[in-house]
Design a protein around this ligand. Sequence first.
Ligand code: NDP
Ligand code: X2W
Length: 348
Amino acid sequence: MRTITVAVAGASGYAGGEVLRLLLSHPHVEIGALTAASSAGTTLGGHHPHLVPLADRVLLPTNNETLSGHDVVFLGLPHGQSGAVAAQLGQEALVIDLGADFRLQSAEDWTEFYGGEHAGTWPYGLPELIVGEGRQRDALKGVERIAVPGCNVTAITLGIQPAVAAGLVETTDLVAVLANGYSGAGKAPKANLIAAEALGAASPYGVGGTHRHVPEIMQNLRLAGADDVTISFTPTLVPMARGILATTTARIKDGVDLAAVRSAYAAAYDDEPFIHLLPEGQWPTTAATLGANSAHLQLAIDDRASRLVVVSAIDNLVKGTAGGAIQSMNLALGLEETTGLDTIGLAP
Ligand SMILES: NC(=O)C1=CN([C@@H]2O[C@H](COP(=O)(O)OP(=O)(O)OC[C@H]3O[C@@H](n4cnc5c(N)ncnc54)[C@H](OP(=O)(O)O)[C@@H]3O)[C@@H](O)[C@H]2O)C=CC1
Ligand SMILES: CC(=O)N[C@@H](CCC(=O)OP(=O)(O)O)C(=O)O
């Protein structure tokens, strides 16, 4: 197998750093240019001291000159910045955007939730997404562009899509709440992340159907088979560095019991290397997924409320971003999908 050269734009950020941490264990990858914006000229070690083998690498400015000549370019840039950078890159490189710019199919949704001009739509990098009778992985082979999903979207989609695809639940009054670690917000200082106020507190954000991941979740569940989707989604920031614990509930259809639901989830996920439906009675925790490209799921039926309850846990930076991105890269390049990725978490 030839060596794959990889450049990472936004290497000083959390998502770019996590791509590099994982790629350092990828057997076929050689790490090329690392770029940033205001951090250009500094060394990577000053931003990511844990990436010891790359500590002395100097960050370059982000432009066509520094990013060209690689087989793969990862873009870990703030929303709205990837379009302009990607437009300069030729088709010879596989470009993988970790941001939101190319995820949505609807330009109206983009303008409503992000504002401004929609950059376009790229093949969506969630290999396990159920699309009709198939999986999204089939659409990723040989592609030159990939849009990596939002991390909250990944946790919720993986949690509820088997029930939607199997027609076991109503899809017009889905409810999802989740707890989210701070790293999901990126490294730039933000008002709601001042340590003295946020440490020790759980605080909601994006309340009232305003979070920009709502249209992306709906897009996925339509692909999974829902004719009509409505979801009320509320994230909460909790004082942990990484991790997402999502609880998604849906009104269960008459006559559907837990055995039928478990069997639909087993059929959907038994062959998936990174998705684990836990044994009955065992509940997902973020800790068990930290550092791993895993999603852990568990199910219950709330009989009194007639609702299916699905709890899903991921590491936002791994299965939610960098790990999912590398899984999709492997598929696009014709490598074994699991290359360089593992399922072993970092608990406690
Ligand atoms: N954090 C997470 O859990 C997840 C993040 N993502 C997505 O990944 C992307 C990056 O997020 P994250 O790493 O958290 O953000 P960070 O704020 O941690 O990092 C942003 C990076 O982008 C660079 N940058 C900023 N502006 C520009 C620009 N105009 N041109 C080039 N580089 C620029 C920064 O460089 P400098 O140091 O010079 O400022 C930095 O390297 C976002 O789109 C985010 O939504 C997706 C899923 C999950
Ligand atoms: C804590 C926190 O703010 N989390 C972010 C995670 C979003 C994310 O990383 O996904 P994108 O690529 O779409 O930005 C949020 O919920 O908006």
